[in-house]
Design a protein around this ligand. Structure first.
Ligand code: PEP
Length: 256
């Protein structure tokens, strides 16, 4: 089933607005739950109230990050074990964390393995910087990130593993990637995942596109043969825009 993941980043800044947004998502999700999996990723403090609202809605809940240890002296961190029960999903390796918090491929690998080990679904993000793209190095950078990020995973984890291809220059910039570039990179990712965990297991891994997706451009990505959905940032904060993304995605996959 395709996945539509809504990364709210550090928004909204109060719980009432967060719950209003959830109500908007729930009302559009109702008619499409049999065709697409919808997951929302609010900031940590809103996870508990949002999870209460989502009961029996079919909409899944995820965290935007996790740490790799189960517990201990790691001030400010949250473990996958703590998220389990509250969330079904976690995002790791988002480019904003790689960029602003110096997260390395090694840390992403540990987080990916820890999230999967706690039986969460894990969305591992990869993507090249604008300089890499301009220099024609996208394949090299993305391959290295996928290989390093999956270093601690096994074929057993494949059904709960998602890789989001998010060119960094496309995130929050309004400059969405050319679908052909997205397709070629997602094909490369699928091949590398196959090399790492075996072709059979790799078929269960879902691959998403992310980067300035909105209601007007989502169709060109979800129509791509290898695309299993989209990771949406800014546009997921507007209930009407997100509803349009849900409707288009559901229609495209309904025709497959
Ligand atoms: C993201 O946060 O992962 C993202 C893709 O953001 P945006 O849709 O705003 O580019």
């Amino acid at each position: 089933m395709p996945l539509l993941a809504a990364n709210w980043k550090m928004n909204p800044t109060n719980v009432d607005d967060a719950l209003d947004l959830v109500r908007g998502v729930m009302s559009v999700a109702r008619g499409h739950a049999d065709r697409i999996e919808i997951a929302i990723f609010p900031p940590f403090p809103w996870l508990l109230p949002v999870s209460d609202l989502l009961v029996d809605s079919g909409v899944k809940l995820g965290a935007q990050d996790c740490f790799w240890e189960k517990s201990g002296a790691y001030t400010g961190e949250v473990s996958p074990e703590m998220l389990k029960g509250l969330c079904q999903w976690v995002i790791v390796g988002h480019s904003e964390r790689r960029l602003y918090l110096n997260e390395t491929d090694e840390m992403v690998a540990k987080k990916t393995a820890a999230g999967l080990g706690a039986e969460l679904g894990v969305i591992m993000c990869v993507g090249e910087l604008l300089d890499h793209y301009d220099e024609g190095r996208s394949d090299e950078i993305v391959s290295a990130q996928v290989r390093a990020g999956l270093a601690l995973c096994s074929a057993d984890d494949s059904a709960r593993l998602v890789i989001a291809y998010e060119p960094v220059w496309a995130i929050g910039s309004g400059r969405n990637a050319d679908p052909e570039h997205a397709y070629k990179t997602m094909r490369l990712i699928r091949r590398i995942v196959g090399e790492m965990i075996g072709a059979g297991a790799a078929r269960k891994v879902r691959i998403l596109y992310g980067g300035s997706v909105n209601g007007n451009n989502v169709q060109q990505y979800v129509e791509l043969p290898l695309c299993d959905g989209v990771l949406v940032g800014g546009a997921s904060l507007d209930a009407d825009e997100f509803a349009q993304i849900v409707r288009v995605t559901s229609e495209v996959y309904g025709q497959r």
